[in-house]
Design a binder for this molecule. Sequence first.
Ligand SMILES: Cc1ncc(COP(=O)(O)O)c(C=O)c1O
Length: 355
Amino acid sequence: MGRRPRLMERFAAFLPIGVDTPPLGLGEGFTPLVHARTLGRAIGVPQLFLKVEGQNPTGSFKDRGMVVAVAKALEEGARAVICASTGNTSASAAAYAASAGIEAVIVLPRGKIAAGKMLQGFAAGARVVAIEGNFDDALRIVREMTAEPDPRHPLALVNSVNPYRLEGQKTAAFEVCEDLGGAPDYLAIPVGNAGNISAYWRGFKEYRDIGVIETTPRMIGFQAAGASPLVQGHEFDDPQTIASAIRIGRPASGQLALAARDESGGLIDAVSDDEILAAYGDIARLEGIFCEPASAASVAGVRKAAAEGRIDPGATIVAVLTGLGLKDPDTGMSLATAPIEAEPTAGSVRAALGW
Ligand SMILES: Cc1ncc(COP(=O)(O)O)c(C=O)c1O
């Protein structure tokens, strides 16, 4: 029996890798596409599918791009990687750097990272620098630090401005097409720094160009209302949302995202924190999938667009759930209720349940 290929092996023909690229891999990719029948019916789009990216090794889609970025960094002689992060990039960078045997340095906005993501960085041995500022400040700093090569500290920037990141992330679009046997009509996705929507669009276009799919989906991206520069048409100096992963006021790949929207005939809209939290709870309760708040922006957006008649309700829609719910236990507690108390007997548990 053959082993399952690594992500980089499986899609090698589409990736900028060669025989000198180290064969890194922690089992990224191959994430499930789940037909969300109950949730889809509840929000009026029965052909709703969820791409469950929280099942990547560090619990988010970042791993698809990080494996390529860290492998290329190694190939090019880096001894460390550095990134700014709202949490998931740092968790992923720390894990792949550990696996590659190089150092990870992560620059974070102090006090604004979900607990699980912080823990992942520390657990993998990354050096964590907390700054007084937001994600956009952190990204500015790491870009400045890597603007000129420093022969004393060969260092690779592994934010999504690193071109290898988007190359790896586009593989999710390939998997969606393979699972559906073609492209969906719509691809719904949360938008923060705007790398992922751009990566998916690239993936769909590449599959169309070589004839694997005949059509491409409309790309429908959703920002949190308090951090919606691409919707409002101006940068946000102080972005605010409960969905910390998309709390970004200056999206580095904003132009690519707008191009994806326009070329695909899609849209980029904003959803409120209440809409995000409602979707977050519904995805867990109706489909059994616990995603992180930012991920639920995709489903919140589909619900809003369907209610406004902006998408065809009979269409096949894939909503990307970008990260795992366990990463953000503090927000997760909003879904919890106190346990029912009972004595340690079956009768008492039955009685407590009202049976
Ligand atoms: C869980 C999650 N969802 C969505 C996003 C947004 O992705 P992008 O910044 O590529 O737009 C991020 C980015 O950190 C994320 O961690």
